[in-house]
Design a protein around this ligand. Structure first.
Ligand code: GDD
Ligand code: MG
Length: 348
């Protein structure tokens, strides 16, 4: 049995002013008319062998999760974290839930904030990864890097294994720029942030490397309270887990890691330039959403979720209007939106 598990915890500060703490980026309809959370569900909803889809999220996002799932007719089980403790405790809780239902169940762990253009290619890679996961491997999806980004995990592939995946010689989470440049030249993959593993394999690896995470998560599920499709994790037990991402907690250390090379076009929709990149653009490279009119512009992303926006004769700009705030930013400065948000936070 395959259990797709969607981790839904991020906020996405670089997508201000659309992304806010009560409206995180995975719920925004950034590409087309579906949010990346909805795209993620649709990608796996009818995957052969897939059981119920499990979403792990915080209490303040539960309502949005349920509303957006209803919009696309998806049935979910929602595991609610009493507090965010990063991805390892979140996925450990899902694995504990799955193992209790199906001792040899396989988890297909999916980030909620990715855009994948070729869904068929993804599904094929997912089925390969799942069959390798049944042999006790923790399988990542390796995508071809395009630049020495420092916000990703890097994977050095090893020998080919019979199950159609490759072993991993090294997994390095978020290297510095110099190291990332070297990895790019040496043929490393980017870790796409999606994984496949048997629930029991992950819990065993956590027992070895981070026992506070597996013990606390198993306890939080056992002592949790069920309310319809929702499972509230026990707060006391969950608080004993170590705050860490899966990448540091397990992937950098385990010898069970493998990589399924994946040929899909992938974006983690990190900042507005990535949204421009993943969007369908006109012949001048513009993409417009909402009440927007562009005259003689090139390479512009313009979105409005409120006032009419007009732009004339500008190039390579990001223009994003909400009812209470407007962003105007050079496209090659998209990362700096985080700085602006920090300033706003500091000034209250
Ligand atoms: N429920 C829950 N609770 N989900 C969480 C939490 C949490 O406390 N923390 C993170 N997540 C979810 C995010 O919503 C996202 O879907 C996923 O876990 C990954 O977390 P990020 O915080 O976005 O990780 P990252 O982008 O820094 O790094 C990961 O993804 C990269 C690709 O986008 C790593 O796996 C990298 O190796 C990878 O390259
Ligand atoms: Mg991310």
């Amino acid at each position: 049995a395959i259990y797709p598990v969607i981790l839904c915890g991020g906020s996405g500060t670089r997508l201000w002013p659309s992304s806010r703490s009560d409206r995180p980026k995975q719920f925004l309809k950034l590409i087309g008319d579906r949010s990346s959370f909805q795209e993620t569900i649709l990608r796996v909803m009818d995957l052969p062998g897939a059981h119920e889809i499990v979403v792990v999220t915080g209490r303040h996002m539960a309502e949005l999760v349920e509303r957006q799932a209803r919009e696309i007719g998806a049935n979910l089980v929602v595991i609610i974290e009493p507090e965010a403790r990063d991805s390892a405790p979140a996925i450990a809780a899902a694995a504990a839930y799955v193992r209790a239902k199906t001792p040899d169940g396989v988890v297909l762990m999916l980030a909620a904030d990715h855009h994948i253009a070729e869904v068929d290619v993804f599904r094929e890679a997912a089925l390969t990864a799942v069959s390798a996961a049944r042999t006790g491997l923790i399988v990542t999806f390796g995508v071809q890097p395009t630049n020495p980004a420092t916000g990703f995990g890097y994977i050095k592939p090893g020998e080919a294994l019979p199950s159609g995946v490759k072993s991993i010689d090294a997994f390095v989470e978020k290297p510095d720029l110099e190291t990332a440049k070297r990895y790019l030249a040496e043929g490393y993959y980017w870790n796409s942030g999606n994984f496949a593993f048997a629930a029991k394999t992950l819990l065993e690896e956590l027992d070895t490397y981070e026992p506070a995470i597996s013990n606390g998560a198993i306890d939080a599920v056992e002592k949790g309270s069920r309310d319809g499709i929702t499972l509230h994790l026990d707060a006391g037990a969950f608080a004993t887990t170590t705050k860490k991402s899966l990448d540091y907690a397990v992937m950098e250390r385990t010898d069970k890691a493998a990589v399924a090379p994946a040929a899909f076009t992938w974006s983690d929709l990190g900042a507005w330039d990535a949204i421009w990149e993943a969007s369908i653009r006109d012949l001048s490279g513009n993409t417009a959403t909402g009440d927007v009119h562009l005259i003689n512009t090139r390479g512009v992303l313009a979105r409005s979720n409120g006032p009419f926006v007009g732009a004339i004769g500008v190039e390579d700009l990001l223009i994003v209007a909400e009812s209470d705030a407007v962003l105007v930013c050079r496209r090659d400065d998209a990362q700096a939106v985080k700085t602006l948000v920090d300033v706003l936070k500091a000034s209250g």
